[in-house]
Design a protein around this ligand. Structure first.
Ligand SMILES: Cc1ncc(COP(=O)(O)O)c(C=O)c1O
Length: 391
């Protein structure tokens, strides 16, 4: 048999899906596993949103739609981003995709090629680095350090920016750290990109409604003078509205880039499911109280969980201020985080991710999702104590 194309060697899988499969296999053997590996809200999609999809199906909205997304949803997105991000976009500048992930892939396919450099947060969402490698571009790491509360460092960014920089990916609030960076730092970072390069920015804002105690309005790099047309804003429905399985996301970008993204859609997905988009309109324009409830739950659980982690010998966790992740450093008896993650699953039934699956700066850390019930999180803490206390 002939071999696969070389580029496939560079496309990686994702730790969360691998560990989920491993954990499921253990469960089928009768082992009890607490799932803290996968990043998805443990809430049902709000009923009014699901009902909008049922209605759309009953009305026969089940055929192909425009590659760029149905106009009603793009109008709803324009109105939503005006309210929540203070950004002004028209439907021609909005592309709807099945989940937010295609926006990452398309941005890379549209922009990155051999000879280009792409700056990516490290630790960061693994798809970023995987797509950079797939496109043959060179990865540069914007280091998120524990001693800086995982904020990006403008001085380090300055050392990375060069005429070769084609794209800078920013992700605020951040997965895996569960940290939200202040507007002051994000504005400085964006201004440096503007002033010291002609790079594009991919701003992954998928967790921006899940800042626990917002003290300032949501900041998007697209709002900085001169950056709107150089920025692709990524957002979606998975995290904010507990719609991970629906596959619905979108990007905001200049109209020219939107035409390029639409061509990528035509050639890959064709279009996003039409009835799902109807549900998306309801999510954005309907009542928002479920978002507030989920945020408040995530806040309570994440802070409590991180504080409990800090009681465990050899574990230190920066207190999260957004999203639904804890990212503790683990240092016991010279064991590496990969080995600890593996042993936690096998020995005490806690599924979590090795921080290094988010890049080398994540080495020595674990990522645990706090999007789980308090009962399960309490049990997980007991199991973690059992494991770490007996090491
Ligand atoms: C930082 C970040 N960006 C993008 C995504 C992709 O979201 P979606 O499930 O809508 O494709 C995720 C999902 O885990 C994420 O954590």
């Amino acid at each position: 048999m002939k071999s696969y194309a070389n580029r496939m060697l560079n496309l990686q899988g994702e730790g969360a899906y691998k560990v989920l499969a491993q954990a499921n296999a253990l469960e089928t053997q009768g082992k009890s596993v607490i799932h803290l590996e996968i990043g998805q809200p443990n809430f049902a999609t709000p009923e009014h949103i699901s009902k909008a999809a049922f209605r759309a199906i009953a009305e026969g909205k089940t055929g192909y739609g425009p590659a760029q997304g149905v106009l009603s949803l793009r109008k709803a997105i324009a109105s939503y981003v005006e309210t929540y991000k203070d950004l002004h976009y028209v439907p021609e500048e909005i592309v709807v995709t099945p989940g937010a992930k295609p926006i990452i892939f398309y941005a890379m396919l549209a922009l990155a090629e051999p000879g280009d450099e792409v700056i990516v947060p490290n630790p960061g969402f693994p798809t970023y680095a995987s797509c950079v490698h797939f496109c043959g571009a060179t990865l540069r790491n914007l280091e998120l350090r524990e001693e800086n509360q995982f904020d990006p460092d403008p001085d380090q960014l300055l050392t990375l920016l060069s005429p070769k920089t084609k794209l800078v990916i920013l992700n605020n609030p951040n997965n895996p750290t569960g940290r939200h960076t202040s507007t002051k730092i994000m504005r400085r970072i964006t201004e440096l990109i503007r002033d010291y390069s002609d790079a594009y920015v991919l701003s992954d804002e998928i967790y921006d409604r899940l800042v626990f105690q917002p003290t300032e309005p949501v900041f998007s790099p697209a709002s900085v003078t001169g950056m709107r047309d150089r920025t692709i804003v990524l957002d979606g429905f998975s995290k904010t509205y507990a719609m991970t399985g629906w596959r619905l996301g979108y990007g905001l970008m200049n109209a020219n880039m939107a035409e390029v993204f639409s061509r990528l859609m035509v050639n890959s997905n064709g279009c996003t499911a039409t009835f799902t988009q109807e549900a998306g309109c309801e999510a954005l324009l309907g009542p928002q109280d479920s978002v507030d409830q989920m945020r408040s739950e995530f806040h309570q659980r994440s802070v409590w969980f991180a504080e409990q982690l800090n009681q465990i010998k050899g574990v230190h966790c920066v207190i999260p201020n957004a999203a639904f992740y804890a990212f503790p450093r683990v240092s016991v008896n010279g064991l590496g985080s990969a080995e600890i993650a593996e042993r936690l699953l096998q020995e005490v039934g806690v599924a979590c991710l090795d921080g290094e699956s988010f890049g080398q700066m994540g080495k020595g850390f674990l990522r645990l999702s706090t999007a789980n019930s308090m009962d399960n999180l309490t049990m997980a803490i007991q199991r973690l104590h059992t494991f770490f206390d007996t090491l």
